[in-house]
Write a protein that binds this ligand. Structure first.
Ligand code: PGA
Length: 308
């Protein structure tokens, strides 16, 4: 077979998206250019790799085989690139970081500090929820991810670097503020909650299920900012990471309730695919997160929420 890397790259994108249009967008090519590369590749291979039924594109059996090998070739090439960079001692480059919506409250500050200290570094930051982060890891679409604990059945390295206490918040005039509250007092309370797929939401549901407390979770929002505003406006209670609360605690707009068994202690992890050879710049950022996250965030967290 007389293939080119370019053909393989285009093939990989079409196979991943199962769409010529989306592959063209991802590669910044036109759709005819993508079709042409695939046509040439199919001629080289001597078998069709895709079949089109109606508007949908499917991989043929040969296509599936090619896709399997393509992915390991791409991973090997990436690894070779990282090793060469390491040999050159390169400390510059582009970081592709994805973080959980909630982690964004400190991750941006971390990245900004890292960039200040390392001239020549640029980054792309994607902020999204847990479910999408796991997809990105599965597809090898980013260097490093900052999120809550990933599932054990995925081939990932997950290194804990900081506590993530989850607390119950209320508007400042709420009748529960300033009282010692038993868990059972939350029965049937309305909580303004994050969407399905959020790590905070999963932890919250698990906690209340284990404690046998039924709460009302009918009001869903995809952003912590929106939740805080809704709570402040008196729509219900909120259950959020303490990392989202810096400003609200400072200004006294929201109060953390003193509920028994709270906070729920979770951790933040820096995560990457097992076996991935991180480029030196990604390696340096990973180390930076371990060394600096606590220092940068510690100042913002009230003492009683720092785990003993
Ligand atoms: P999220 O946070 O709720 O913003 O998805 C991630 C997590 O806590 O696991």
């Amino acid at each position: 077979m007389n293939l080119t890397f370019r053909q393989l790259k285009v093939f990989e994108a079409v196979a991943r998206h199962l769409s010529y249009t989306q592959a063209a967008q991802a590669l910044h090519l036109t759709q005819p250019a993508v079709s042409m590369q695939i046509k040439q590749l199919e001629e080289n291979v001597g078998l069709p790799l895709f079949e089109q039924m109606g508007k949908r594109v499917y991989l043929t059996e040969a296509g599936r085989e090619m896709h399997h090998y393509c992915r390991s070739i791409a991973a090997q090439l990436e690894e070779a690139e990282a090793v060469i960079e390491q040999l050159k001692g390169v400390q510059r480059g582009h970081l592709q970081i994805s973080v959980a919506t909630t982690a964004n409250h400190f991750a941006t500050r971390l990245l900004a500090e890292f960039v200040k200290r390392n001239e020549g570094v640029s980054f792309s930051l994607d902020v999204t929820n847990r479910k999408k982060l796991l997809n990105q890891l599965a597809e090898n679409e980013c260097d490093l991810v900052i999120m809550g604990r990933p599932p054990a059945d995925m081939d990932l390295v997950a290194e804990a670097f900081m506590d993530n206490p989850l607390v119950v918040v209320a508007a400042k005039g709420h009748p529960l503020v300033g009282r010692k509250i038993q868990l059972s007092a939350l029965q049937d309370e309305v909580f303004v909650t994050r969407e399905q797929g959020s790590g905070t939401r999963i932890a919250m549901e698990r906690f209340f299920r284990e404690k046998n407390v039924q709460v009302n979770l009918e009001m869903e929002m995809t952003s912590n900012e929106a939740i805080k505003q809704a709570v402040e406006a008196g729509l219900g209670l909120g259950l959020v990471s303490i990392h989202t609360l810096e400003l609200e605690l400072e200004t006294g707009r929201l109060a953390i309730l003193d509920v028994e068994e709270f906070p729920i202690f979770r951790h933040w992890y820096v995560v990457y695919r097992k076996g991935k050879r991180l480029a030196p710049i990604a390696q340096a950022f990973r180390q930076f997160v371990h060394d600096e996250a606590l220092l940068l965030q510690g100042a913002a967290m009230p003492n009683e929420y720092k785990k003993q």
